[in-house]
Design a protein around this ligand. Structure first.
Ligand SMILES: Nc1ncnc2c1ncn2[C@@H]1O[C@H](COP(=O)(O)OP(=O)(O)OP(=O)(O)O)[C@@H](O)[C@H]1O
Ligand SMILES: [Mg+2]
Length: 260
């Protein structure tokens, strides 16, 4: 049984003027336990909508979203969300206190929550920075704290919506490598959203390409059989890049012409 199943999901937004916008229609997708799944698509196609529904923040208009065979009814610790940017950290708490926050809310005893928070800070390469406040840390470090904070709750699944989009190119490359090794170590199932083909081929074990909206759905899924460290200059990497590029090119063109 897949960990997550979207079955024939439809999501229609009602605008403030009262007009309906069908963002997704007949959207179906299975995500397997332990896999790193990248969802790729042109801007505005409905990627964030998919993630928000799985997180339990939005509800489908029709169809079903199942996790371990049960309908997603609302937000849950089983699905940890990492947002874009770094603004969800608490500025008045240190790095380690930020990571511990969810555990404290759940009344996990002090010794256990400190131990767990330190373990995840170490996993994201931030040992030694635990007493610093967010304002004293770089954008990449703050993003790593967010990841550690979500991992400390030990969710069954990590939902990431373009988490590195705001970072500079070098930090972004480092963070991608970091996330790949965190995934190797923790083996948490990941749904990673991006509109960057390079990022998808670098990280994804499978890549789902979405159609341009309205009524978006999955156009196709590419299995990426590259193992270990992936190099952007490898022939196989470039072959996958081209394959995905060709799938998405028409969708980007459609979404641009619709925006005219
Ligand atoms: N709350 C809302 N009310 C009305 N329309 C919405 C709402 N949220 C999203 N939409 C519309 O639904 C479509 C999909 O939006 P979504 O944010 O899921 O796209 P996306 O693929 O994440 O885009 P991007 O790559 O730019 O982040 C867009 O056309 C958007 O305008
Ligand atoms: Mg989005």
């Amino acid at each position: 049984m897949p960990l997550v199943s979207f079955r024939d999901v439809q999501k229609t937004y009602r605008s403030l003027q009262g007009a309906d916008y069908p963002a997704l229609e007949h959207f179906s997708l299975d995500i397997e336990v332990g896999e790193f799944f990248c969802l790729l698509g042109p801007s505005g196609c409905g990627k964030t909508t998919v993630l928000k529904m799985l997180a339990g923040f939005e509800h489908p208009t029709a169809g079903q979203i199942l996790m371990e065979g049960r309908p997603v009814a609302g937000a849950s610790r089983d699905r940890g969300v990492v947002f874009q940017g770094d603004d969800s950290l608490y500025g008045w708490l240190t790095a380690v206190e930020n990571v511990e926050f969810g555990l404290r809310m759940r009344r996990v005893p002090k010794a256990e929550r400190s131990e767990r928070a330190m373990r995840y800070l170490e996993l994201v390469g931030l040992r030694g920075q635990e007493q610093k406040y967010p304002a004293e840390l770089s954008g990449g470090m703050k993003q790593r704290i967010q990841i550690a904070r979500v991992l400390a709750n030990e969710p069954k699944m990590l939902l990431m919506d373009e988490p590195f989009a705001a970072l500079d190119a070098q930090t972004r490359t480092l963070m991608q490598a970091e996330l790949a090794s965190i995934w190797q170590a923790a083996r948490t199932t990941v749904l990673f959203i991006t509109h960057d083909i390079d990022e998808a081929v670098t990280l994804g074990r499978r890549i789902g390409v979405m159609r341009a909206g309205p009524c978006s759905q999955v156009k196709g899924v590419v299995d990426v059989s590259l193992d270990g460290a992936r190099s952007r200059t490898d022939d196989t990497f470039l072959r996958y890049y081209k394959l995905v590029y060709e799938m998405i090119r028409d969708e980007v063109a459609k979404s641009l012409s619709r925006a005219d």
